[in-house]
Design a protein around this ligand. Structure first.
Ligand code: ADP
Ligand code: MG
Length: 479
């Protein structure tokens, strides 16, 4: 295929952008690409998207071809084979000039990083099929059932609570059920499991109506209702369900009107003896930026925490998933993955999926060697440990202060705030303890660090521009 490769001004190889009058606008292409990605994500679901498509970058338009890049040959071939048509179709809908998509191996050029910023932030709702009505089950992932949930020490309590609610909704003491824990630990899985159980095993004749949505979706629908002056219908619709589930409640922080609306819906439902299930990344008491009266009500049912995974749980999850997929994965490989990929179950699952796909594609057995080969990018990311020094350096660069100020005694706001940001990031991005972190900041006490962490969390909830700043720093450090 004749693609005109040339060296662009930054010295990186890139694909020449077509100088056609309408489509030569690069930022426009970048926007279109961002929309293509968002649609892909919505189409294939979050796990698949993260496993395969997240790494696709856009290099440019060459003639009537959109050129996209993947980091390895294996990924290039796989994505081409499995998603080529879909990507081409979405591109074509965005831009009639695109007739084909060309898959190449390569790293994104500097400017191609732009689509990543346009990518829906990790706050996006689980990308299951968009739902039309809250009681519709279209938003539920078929695979997220109690049967497929692997129980271990870190999640047994949350699992038991979820089971209990699915068996007997609105039992005193379990309403609301508040599930919390870090990313990828199974909150959404458990919520969907409850919804499936309730809607498929209707007891006593009348089917139980369940509304499940992410907090973002809730907000989106509420805003739309305001706009189209149909808030009454929105309210009635929500208040007519037996079970209301809101996933990732932390996204309501700082959205005062939506929070207010949610609070009223919440009260109306609880008063009417309906069940509420909520998930969030933190416990009610740690969700700063939430109105106090809402926080109080959220905490007065059952609060269950999903802890970070353990080696044993990760191993069991891998074993169960491999078995379900009907593939043989040697125990050594399972052990290797369970030891290496410790962040969360979503990444674990993604890694296994990739391994299985590779084995199928090349008709090869899964071995430690193939695992190393296929997952080297994932493994590399996990090997990388961010140091407190790195964090301090980045933060100082960002705020234009000297690194020495991180340990100094100065308390002027323009110094103290960046210092707090650095402490916050150290807590988030490293596994260091609070006293340990304090030592890196001029021997400060662990309570100072604790205060910094909560102050910054609070500010993130209140100030969108500040939140963006911190998020950016975090991304820079993670890459
Ligand atoms: P969260 O909502 O907490 O971010 P999810 O529920 O979306 O996490 O889980 C991420 C992925 O990991 C999903 O594919 C889910 O099925 C899987 N997963 C998480 N916990 C378990 C578990 N205990 N057993 C089986 N799969 C799990
Ligand atoms: Mg989730």
């Amino acid at each position: 295929m004749a693609i005109n490769l040339e060296i662009n001004s930054s010295g990186k190889s890139g694909v020449a952008l077509q100088a056609s009058p309408v489509w030569n606008d690069e930022s426009r292409l970048v926007e279109q690409w961002a929309r293509v990605r968002a649609r892909l994500q919505a189409e294939v679901g979050e796990v698949e998207y993260r496993t395969w498509l997240k790494q696709v970058s856009f290099a440019g338009l060459a003639g009537d071809e959109a050129v996209v890049l993947l980091p390895t040959r294996f990924l290039r071939d796989w994505v081409n084979k499995e998603y080529g048509e879909l990507i081409a179709a979405f591109w074509q809908q965005e831009n009639a000039a695109v007739r084909r998509v060309e898959f190449r191996t390569g790293a994104p050029a500097a400017r191609a990083a732009a689509p990543d910023l346009a990518e829906p932030p990790p706050t996006a709702a689980p990308a299951t099929v968009p739902q039309q009505r809250p009681e519709s089950l279209a938003a539920l992932d078929q695979r997220f059932t109690f049967e497929t949930f692997v129980v271990g020490k870190p999640n047994e309590f949350a699992y038991a609570c979820a089971r209990r609610v699915a068996e007997a909704p609105a039992t005193a003491g379990f309403n609301p059920l508040f599930l919390y824990g870090g990313v990828g630990l199974g909150k959404t899985h458990l919520m969907h499991a409850i919804a499936w159980e309730l809607s498929t095993n209707a007891r006593g004749g009348r089917p139980v109506s369940v509304a499940y949505m992410s907090a973002e979706k809730f907000m989106y629908r509420f805003i739309n209702a305001l706009r189209s002056q149909s808030t009454l219908e929105f309210k009635n619709e929500l208040r007519s369900v037996d079970v209301l589930m809101i996933d990732d409640l932390q996204f309501l922080i700082g959205k005062d009107n939506t929070q207010e609306e949610f609070f009223h819906t919440f009260n109306a439902l609880v008063d009417a003896g309906k069940q509420i299930v909520i998930s969030a990344d933190k416990s009610p008491s740690d969700l700063s930026g939430l109105e106090d009266r809402l926080r109080t009500r959220l905490g007065c049912g059952m609060v269950a925490d999903l802890h970070a995974t353990t080696f044993e749980l990760r191993y069991s999850i891998l074993e169960a998933k491999a078995q379900r997929a009907g593939v043989e994965v040697p125990p050594k490989v399972l052990e290797f993955l369970a030891r290496k990929i410790t962040s969360n179950n979503r990444e674990l699952e993604g890694a296994l999926n990739r391994l299985v796909a590779h084995a199928n594609l090349f008709n090869r057995q899964i071995t430690l060697d193939t695992a190393h080969e296929v997952l080297h990018d994932v493994l590399k990311a996990h090997d990388r440990k961010i140091s407190i020094q790195e964090i301090q350096k980045r933060v100082c660069e960002h705020y234009n202060i000297r690194v020495a100020e991180m340990s100094s005694a100065r308390r002027a706001r323009n110094i103290a705030r960046p210092r707090q940001v650095a402490m916050y990031l150290a807590k988030q991005l490293t596994s260091k303890s609070l006293p340990d972190i304090g030592r890196h900041f001029g021997d400060r006490d662990h309570t100072t660090v604790m205060h910094a962490v909560s102050r910054i969390s609070e500010l993130i909830g209140q100030d969108a521009a500040f939140a963006e700043d911190v998020e950016l720093l975090k991304r820079l450090l993670e890459n």
